[in-house]
Ligand binder design. Structure first.
Ligand SMILES: Cc1cc2nc3c(=O)[nH]c(=O)nc-3n(C[C@H](O)[C@H](O)[C@H](O)COP(=O)(O)O)c2cc1C
Length: 351
């Protein structure tokens, strides 16, 4: 999976990571329990943490924030921030904790992030992003990557996007993950009239997807690894992207709501011998995991809240979700409680 060789971008020791299939960073969703679940579906996918603000790592409880399970590898740490010195410190701490890649968030549109002047609004400041990438790269040996949008507000031309990439490529970014839509943050329109921005949810749905920007970029910069993200919900679309010459596809919401798709993508894109695991097998593995976590005081619900999509599209899906909400979510629920849902899980066999 990880191959230590020159990636053509300047550092001898940087690892080349298989990016063909990635699971997106998703705040409040892709915590360590969720990543363990996703790993069971896709043994080779590159998993991303939720965004963690660099200041929290440097000045907060880094050990707790960066905790993960060894089976999550390869796992990338996504950082939020805009201070090159602090980001380098956070990257160093993350790499020392064993993360396989450090990623900078240049795509999050939330107000909280905007007020900290990082996330998507950094698209307007490519030289600062480049300074952050340089500083992080000097601090660590693992790859340093950027996850960005294609534009921001009215600045959504290919030329704008390409100029942004020129700056981060000059800083030798190791790969770029492109969420292929602009972020609408609001502010002043060209005529000076204030315009409302979109909510984070709207910003994942309303601005049109422009996959062609990622393809044009790959044609212009074949040596720069490019992963495409945004709106992939079915296998043919995922396969088509990987066959198009891009280096990988990142799945977000679809992987969370229907992890079976992740397993199908693993089989289609990476390992034809991979067998999509049955829900009962996932439950068996998660019970074993939850037992270990329970011994450390983790409530079952913290784990099972990510398992609602286990039966997606199958008979029994609704009963399974109800079981998780009404039985497994009880404060005193034990991991073994999940076994009482085996009859529901076997319903899916008939679907
Ligand atoms: C609940 C949620 C939280 C998200 N949090 C982050 C985040 O922390 N960092 C980030 O770069 N993107 C975040 N995103 C955006 C996703 O990484 C991804 O770019 C977006 O959902 C588009 O991909 P998709 O259509 O496959 O879901 C989040 C998305 C969702 C749904």
């Amino acid at each position: 999976m990880l191959d230590c060789k020159n990636n053509g971008l300047g550092r001898e020791s940087v690892q080349v990571i298989d990016r063909r299939l990635c699971v997106a960073p998703m705040m409040d969703w892709t915590d360590r329990h969720c990543r363990v679940l996703h790993r069971l579906f896709a043994p080779h996918a590159l998993l991303y943490t939720e965004m963690i603000v660099s200041a929290a790592i440097v000045r907060g409880n880094a050990a707790r924030l960066l905790e993960y399970d060894a089976r999550e590898h390869p796992v990338a740490l996504q950082l939020g921030g805009c201070d090159p010195v602090e980001l380098a410190q956070a990257a160093r701490i993350g790499a020392a904790a064993g993360y396989d890649e450090i990623n900078l968030n240049v795509g999050c549109p939330s107000d909280r992030v905007k007020s900290g002047a990082f996330g998507a609004c950094l698209m307007l400041n490519p030289s600062l992003v480049a300074a952050c990438v340089r500083s992080m790269r000097e601090a660590v040996q693992v790859p340093v990557t950027v996850k960005c949008r294609i534009g921001i507000d009215d600045e959504d031309s290919y030329e704008f996007f390409s100029a942004f990439v020129d700056a981060v490529a000059a800083a030798s970014v190791d790969a770029l993950i492109v969420h292929a839509r602009a972020a609408i943050l609001g502010g002043l329109a060209n005529d000076g009239v204030p315009r409302p921005g979109l909510s984070p949810k709207e910003n994942r749905e309303i601005p049109p997807l422009k996959y062609d920007y990622a393809h044009r970029l790959k044609a212009a910069r074949p040596a720069l690894p490019i992963v495409i993200n945004g709106g992939f919900t079915d296998l043919p679309a995922i396969v088509a992207q990987t066959e198009s010459g891009l280096d990988g596809v990142m799945l977000g919401r679809a992987a969370y709501h229907n992890p079976r798709l992740l397993a199908e993508a693993e089989r289609a894109v990476i390992d034809p011998a991979w067998r999509v695991p049955e829900p009962w097998k996932i439950v068996e593995d998660m019970v074993a995991y939850a037992r270990g976590q329970a011994a450390r005081g983790v409530r079952l619900h913290s784990i099972t809240r990510h398992m609602h999509g286990l039966m997606a599209g199958r008979e029994g899906a609704r009963a399974w979700r109800r079981f998780l909400s009404e039985v497994a979510a009880k404060p005193a629920a034990l991991p073994e409680t999940l076994y009482s849902a085996l009859p529901i899980l076997s319903l899916g066999l008939a679907a």
